[in-house]
Ligand binder design. Structure first.
Ligand code: ZN
Length: 536
């Protein structure tokens, strides 16, 4: 079967999911991950609609991607205006990418009821907008919004929207089931009709409101579309978009379509978890292919059967998608995964050996206490380093104390009270014990300030390190006893970013652990371990 091009819209449609807000750094990191996964097109956002997306395109210029091309998203020009006078088009061109995906209406009712213009004017809008971008040297994909709904009420008009787009120079016609109400057999029939009026490459963009976004996508592939749009974990508004984490392995492993390489497919689970962490959402354990429970067996008959025959209760080999078979009660779960992860980070762990064994035990223990290393590779690296007998930490934490005080201020219009935090830390560097105090606008900020105050005296270059993101999650699994709190910190020195994790029943301690890991990781990487420079 011919190859399929994968188009990801996690950064635009996916971020429409309730409660999801990706930071600028998150968006760039997700783009890198999508590239590693072998995605062909990454929709970066709609710069006309929000400043964060404009910023993304500015920063994306320095991204080096191996597989993917970044696309900018926008809408056809407004009714009764000139394209060159529509400021949205300037922002599309200014995004500095080579591909623009334009959403245009392709349903008669949407044009008359929502756009409140004539059917003819909508055709002109499609034509003018595509021609304008083509003249600026861009490749244009048309997202034919509400195509399948329009095809039911006025098929001739919906098809006409597509043919004018092809005449104007669109390179791909992406048929959208915007409301997610279409069923697979209707998708097939509509695509057959489209193929009678144009030979242009087609795409599918399905929403999951009827729970059949994946089925609709596969039906469209069988009917001959060349481009498949979706999001990681199916994130998207309402019930979400077609889930690339299900589409990709299904195409490759079950339909024989080589849309990504074997090595790229093996990154699927990691990318899925990465994006859920960035969205600050708990990964869905029962997610097909990538969920933590997708290949888990909870004791009993199934577990016994799989020890005789690994495939007895699974539809694929989980390692193909980077997941693992897991017997929930097994003592050995995770071990190969840890070794695999260490290898991936360029750290060689032998399967045997006392230190490796101890490290594995420790990771298991820490994971049971809420630490999670999927998205905190810097903390993982540190664990491995610390397992070496000759490891010397650039600093040692001895103690910390935080005082939080709520002070009544002079009455002002806004607030009568302010919260002040003061942190005291004791840190050992070499033979010297430092004792510093700092204030902050909150306990974590105060700790950060106090720790830096101590370390900067030995490591002035540490001043380059900044915290860029801070995420807190209360782990539900421990409800009933004391809740475990996990803190993920992302840091940057202006050149690279790294992530660390801390977990505790206490938010401040969890933050402290993640914070200390962040600084220790940077110091190790920049050769500060062992011999601290002379105090100046
Ligand atoms: Zn959509």
């Amino acid at each position: 079967m011919s190859s399929i091009q994968l188009y990801d819209t996690t950064l635009r449609d996916g971020s429409q999911k309730e409660g999801v807000s990706f930071s600028g750094v998150d968006k760039l990191n997700i783009a890198r991950k999508l590239d590693e996964l072998g995605i062909h097109f990454i929709e970066g956002g709609w710069p006309g609609s929000n400043p964060k997306d404009t910023e993304f395109f500015a920063k994306a210029r320095s991204l080096t991607l191996t597989n993917a091309q970044i696309c900018v998203f926008g809408s056809t020009r407004r009714p009764k205006t000139k394209t060159e006078e529509d400021t949205n088009f300037t922002t599309l061109v200014d995004a500095g990418v080579k591909i623009a995906t334009l959403v245009g209406k392709s349903s008669d009712l949407q044009v008359t009821q929502v756009l409140e213009t004539t059917l003819e004017e909508n055709l002109n809008m499609i034509t003018d907008s595509i021609k304008y971008l083509k003249a600026q040297g861009l490749t244009v994909f048309l997202d034919a919004e509400h195509f399948f709904d329009g095809f039911k009420t006025n098929p001739d008009y919906s098809l006409r929207c597509l043919t004018v787009a092809v005449e104007a120079g669109a390179s791909c016609l992406v048929l959208c089931d915007t409301n997610g109400g279409t069923l697979p057999d209707e998708i097939t029939l509509a695509i057959e009709a489209v193929k009678k009026v144009t030979a242009a490459p087609l795409g599918i963009h399905a929403h999951n409101d009827s729970g059949v976004a994946l089925a609709n996508t596969l039906a469209a592939v069988n009917a001959g579309v060349a481009q498949v749009q979706g999001t990681i974990n199916g994130y998207g508004e309402r019930c979400g978009n077609a889930n690339l984490c299900s589409i990709i392995p299904t195409l490759k492993l079950k339909m024989g379509i080589d849309c990504v390489t074997d090595a790229q497919l093996a990154k699927l689970t990691e990318v899925s978890h990465y994006v859920s962490e960035a969205a600050n959402l708990v990964p869905d354990a029962s997610s097909p292919y990538v969920g933590g429970s997708a290949f888990s067996h909870k004791g009993g008959l199934h577990a016994a059967a799989i020890t005789k025959w690994a495939d007895a209760y699974q539809h694929i080999d989980p390692t193909q998608v980077g997941n693992q078979q897991r017997v929930v009660v097994s003592e050995l779960s995770g071990r190969r995964n840890i070794i695999y992860k260490a290898k991936e980070r360029g750290l060689d762990l032998p399967l045997q050996g006392k230190e490796t064994q101890q490290l594995l035990e420790q990771i298991k223990l820490l994971e049971s206490r809420g630490f999670q290393y999927d998205n905190a590779e810097a903390s993982f690296d540190l664990l491995v380093q610390r397992a070496k007998p000759d490891y010397q930490s650039p600093f040692e934490l001895i103690d910390f104390m935080v005082v939080i005080e709520k002070r009544r201020r002079q009455p002002t219009r806004k607030s009568l009270e302010e919260v002040l935090a003061e942190a005291m830390v004791k840190v050992k560097v070499g033979k010297e014990v430092m004792h510093t105090v700092a204030e902050g606008n909150g306990p974590v900020n105060a700790l950060d300030q106090a720790l830096r105050k101590a370390l900067l005296q030995f490591y002035p270059s540490l001043a380059a390190v900044k915290l860029v993101d801070y995420k807190v999650r209360i782990l539900e699994e421990s409800i009933g006893t004391e809740s475990q709190v996990r803190v993920l910190i992302e840091s940057s020195d202006g050149v690279e970013e790294w992530r660390t994790v801390g977990s505790s029943t206490n938010l401040i301690e969890a933050s402290w652990l993640a914070l200390a890991d962040s600084l220790e990781y940077w110091l190790l990487k920049h050769g500060a371990s062992g011999n601290p420079p002379a105090k100046n």
